[in-house]
Design a binder for this molecule. Structure first.
Ligand SMILES: [Zn+2]
Ligand SMILES: [Zn+2]
Length: 138
């Protein structure tokens, strides 16, 4: 689905800036930070501010168009892929990779029998292939 239809479907008025941010989220699977999105879009949208980018992402998150990722304690990261998946973060270079696996059925988990789960976050941390190779050879 393209950015404009996605926003309309989630009751978000598609302003120029919102469309640009949504389009960026749909075309970058890098789990970008506010800064990354701002620096990518600012040259073509001179009126854009970091606050606008942040507020836009918060709105998208509230409306269920994107997910906030707490995997990186220094930077808030956002994911435009709403299919359930986990994440791996490299402690050395900071790259975040998608991890696709069968999630355990939440209704079978102890303590979650009587609640309604709307989000599941699975985080793995460690060293990516190239960072691991660097550490081993040094
Ligand atoms: Zn790495
Ligand atoms: Zn992801």
């Amino acid at each position: 689905m393209d950015a404009i239809n996605l926003l309309i479907r989630h009751d978000i008025k598609p302003s120029l800036q919102r469309l640009a941010v949504m389009d960026y989220m749909l075309t970058h699977a890098t789990h970008p930070t506010v800064d990354e999105i701002y620096h990518a879009l600012a040259p073509s949208i001179p009126t854009l501010s970091k606050t606008t980018v942040y507020n836009t992402l918060k709105l998208f998150e509230d409306q269920g168009v994107i997910t906030y990722l707490g995997i990186d304690s220094k930077n808030a990261r956002f994911d435009g892929n709403m299919k359930p998946h986990g994440h791996f973060r490299c402690k050395e270079c900071g790259s975040i990779y998608d991890v696709w696996s069968e999630q355990p059925a939440v209704e079978k988990l102890e303590g979650l029998e009587d609640v309604t789960v709307t989000e599941v976050h699975t985080y793995y941390k460690g060293y990516c292939k190239s960072c691991h190779a660097k550490i081993v050879t040094n």
